[in-house]
Design a protein around this ligand. Structure first.
Ligand code: GDP
Length: 380
């Protein structure tokens, strides 16, 4: 039974601590107070009601969609409140799409590939939204995936909408915002969603938990270690594509394809009942793109027939409910100033062995409970 197998789904594995390891930096409000132009933009934003946003999105108005996504990304409580209302109202109009995750190390050709595949899709009159989860922004506060010069053709394509990764926040937070952005994009009529991420670690788990198909881009001639691709990421992939199969790299790409096919055979059979495929392409020369698209189509038919598609989406919704609760509780706890002070104190006591780790944790949690009770009393 597919439903039973979901117990073993990667996100349900207790070993998969994926999204809660990174603490991340304090999210910046998406609107900076000292910028006059941002302030004016902000004023303009406030002029719209939730209904106006929803109408705009449902009519495919990109400006409204972009502004609503900015609200989703904002850490200001009043923005979050409107954003959640918009999402709620858009939810019944979402879901009717193909969500594809694309990963691979920097330089493998992700943006070139997305541009080639994206143009292929929009040429068929389909609408494509490209979103990103960029863990590097946690370290640099700047987003590589937000670089506007990438995907030049696609960025001016009226059937495409490219939204760079939210610029700051913990991975869990950024991923949740991307997941919410999917809802808005789908409601705006984007029936194809690409989510790009850099293949270096935990962000794949986040992307995997919001897509129907997960594509790993690789290069020929570089060992797995060199490409920094972990076994777990290969295991998540529904397909591997060896990119840059052009010029005198074609033969090497063919060899790599056979090697990866053999490697994938050693992995346990995925819950989808689909045997992951390995293909080659040249994103630069736009060869192999058609074959990859046909394979994705084949996959979709396969998983819709055996009900895995809907099951996976249901499991993902459940996963995101808990993930959102976890994120909220973590923020509520770790961002409280009184807790922060007590945490520092407790930490030094634990280090000096004046108190055990468990007793310190218990004390902190009890204190958190008291703060919450006090807050509730004030609300009453
Ligand atoms: P990303 O960092 O994964 O997004 O990679 P980019 O798409 O920015 O590509 C990195 C470099 O590889 C760029 O110089 C691209 O022009 C080049 N590139 C991407 N795809 C191909 C390909 O299919 N063939 C060749 N020869 N070069 C490619």
């Amino acid at each position: 039974m597919i439903g039973d197998q979901f117990h073993f789904h990667i996100e349900n594995d207790p070993k998969y601590s994926g999204l809660n390891v990174n603490q991340g930096i304090e999210p910046l409000p998406s609107v900076s107070e000292d910028s006059v132009s941002q302030f004016l933009k902000n004023k303009k934003k406030r002029a719209y009601t939730v209904e106006q946003y929803v109408d705009g999105i449902l009519n495919g108005d990109i400006t409204m969609l972009s502004q609503a996504v900015t609200l989703v990304e904002s850490s200001k409580p009043q923005h979050q409140e409107i954003a959640q209302e918009i999402i709620m109202k858009c939810l019944p109009f979402s879901g009717n799409s193909v969500r594809i995750g694309i990963t691979g190390v920097p330089g493998v050709g992700k943006s070139t590939f997305i541009e080639a595949m994206g143009k292929y899709i929009t040429a068929q009159g389909k609408k494509l939204a490209v979103l990103a989860i960029d863990p590097s922004s946690e370290r640099t506060k700047g987003s590589i995936l937000g670089d506007k010069t990438r995907m030049e053709d696609l960025s001016v394509d009226p059937n495409a909408y490219i939204r760079p990764s939210p610029s700051a926040g913990s991975l869990g937070g950024v991923a949740r915002k991307t997941r919410e952005t999917i809802v808005l994009c789908e409601a705006a009529g984007f029936n194809h969603i690409f989510i790009e991420t850099v293949g270096v670690g935990q962000s794949e788990t986040a992307v995997h938990s919001m897509v129907d198909f997960f594509l790993l881009l690789m290069l020929a001639g570089a060992g797995d270690e060199l490409q920094g691709i972990k076994r777990g990421i290969m295991e998540m992939a529904d397909a591997i594509t060896i990119n840059k199969a052009d010029g005198n790299n074609i033969e090497k790409a063919g060899l790599a394809r056979v090697q990866y096919m053999n490697a994938l055979h050693l992995f346990p059979a995925p819950d989808s009942g689909w045997t992951p495929k390995v293909l080659t392409c040249s994103a630069y020369k736009k060869t192999g793109i058609n074959e990859i698209w046909q394979m994705i189509d084949e996959y979709l038919i396969h998983v819709k027939n055996n009900l895995y598609f809907q099951n996976r989406r249901n499991q993902q919704s459940k996963f995101w409910m808990y993930e959102t609760i976890n994120e909220y509780l973590r923020n509520d706890f770790y961002q409280d100033e009184q807790i922060i002070r007590l945490m520092e104190e407790s930490e030094s006591k634990v280090l000096k062995e004046e108190i055990s780790s468990f007793a310190a944790a218990k004390k902190l949690l009890e204190f958190y409970d008291r703060i919450r009770n006090n807050k509730n009393k004030h609300l009453k």
